[in-house]
Ligand binder design. Structure first.
Ligand code: GRG
Length: 297
């Protein structure tokens, strides 16, 4: 892709991979079928047209693949080189699918834990089908992700993405226990955010590099890129929770503060306004306290 000059329209990264995104969306729908009708409709819920989300992670991964797939040396016959690259791309698409299944599984469980009623502009699965099916559908997606991962026959990649699931659980637990442990620091926030959001993006970027046959050094650069992008993504997501609307977010705003979750905007405000500490300590079980804290943001 030629570099655009500053006065030209910015490139839409989603549009660059839109064809591949629809291939992945179709494949995902076929990967989550179940013989049990209730489970089938729960598992496919967030892969249906209109409930698919932004596709941020698959887009990042497909662009990472485009950047890292090197042409084969000239000595390799053209048709071999092209089939090799096609195979490499298919395996990388598989990483995008696995990542999206793990992501959706985490959203399903997250909405149960938070008792959320809206997600991606529609009713959350726990709201529509109940907590039990939402938990089971999340487990089902994780199992399908494991099977797809095993089919890649690359133990390093299996280990990377299996560890991500542990990281998601670790980040969520850190978030849940932050207040009780009095760990309301920026350092704690960034570690939690790495586990909760950035680990999936960084490790899947690394997996894409490994499948492209890149060196450990390049794979680590892909990891660092994904880590920084993931942290930035969550920081923006946390700001949007204060500034967005239900229409723009696809879910209710102010959900973090109402759940007593201390994110970066509050941590910055606490540094500037020490009086905010005593409001935070009282908890956000009543809306008066939420309103009092919001005065400082
Ligand atoms: C079962 C894998 C698993 C995990 C359980 C609940 C939990 C542990 C982890 C929660 C992780 C979580 C939901 C992190 C938030 C990540 C985040 C920023 C989600 C929103 O991402 P978007 O905006 O969503 O890309 P869409 O809907 O567009 O895909």
């Amino acid at each position: 892709q030629d570099r655009k000059s500053a006065d030209e329209e910015p490139v839409d990264p989603f549009a660059l991979v839109s064809d591949e995104l629809s291939i992945i969306a179709n494949r995902l729908r076929s990967m989550v079928v179940s013989e049990v009708p209730k489970l089938a409709s729960a598992a496919e819920y967030f892969f249906k047209v209109g409930a698919e989300g932004k596709g941020f992670r698959p887009t990042v991964l497909l662009l990472m693949a485009s950047a890292l797939n090197m042409p084969r040396p000239e000595s390799v016959a053209a048709e071999i080189a092209s089939s090799f690259q096609k195979d490499m791309r298919t395996r990388q698409q598989c990483i995008a699918e696995i990542t999206e299944m793990i992501h959706v599984a985490s959203l399903l469980h997250d909405d149960v834990l938070d008792d959320a009623d809206t997600r991606r502009g529609v009713g959350s699965l726990n709201f529509v089908m109940g907590n039990k099916l939402a938990v089971l559908a999340g487990d089902f997606l994780l199992s399908r992700a494991c099977v797809a991962l095993a089919s890649l026959k690359n133990t390093e990649v299996v280990s990377l993405l299996a560890t991500v699931v542990e990281h998601l659980v670790t980040g969520e637990t850190m978030q849940m226990t932050a207040k009780a442990e009095q760990r309301q620091s920026m350092e704690y926030y960034l570690l939690k955010t790495y586990y909760k959001t950035a680990s999936l993006i960084s490790n899947s970027c690394k997996a894409i590099a490994l499948l492209a046959g890149q060196t450990t050094e390049v794979a680590m650069l892909a990891y660092d890129y994904g880590r920084n992008l993931g942290l930035a993504f969550q920081l923006i997501d946390d700001v949007l929770d204060f500034t967005g609307t239900t229409a723009s977010l696809g879910k209710g705003s102010l959900s973090d503060i109402r759940h007593g979750i201390i994110t970066a905007p509050i941590l910055f405000a606490m540094e500037e306004f020490p009086e905010l500490h005593s409001i935070i300590d009282k908890g956000f079980d009543n809306s008066e306290n939420v309103d009092a804290a919001l005065e400082y943001l």
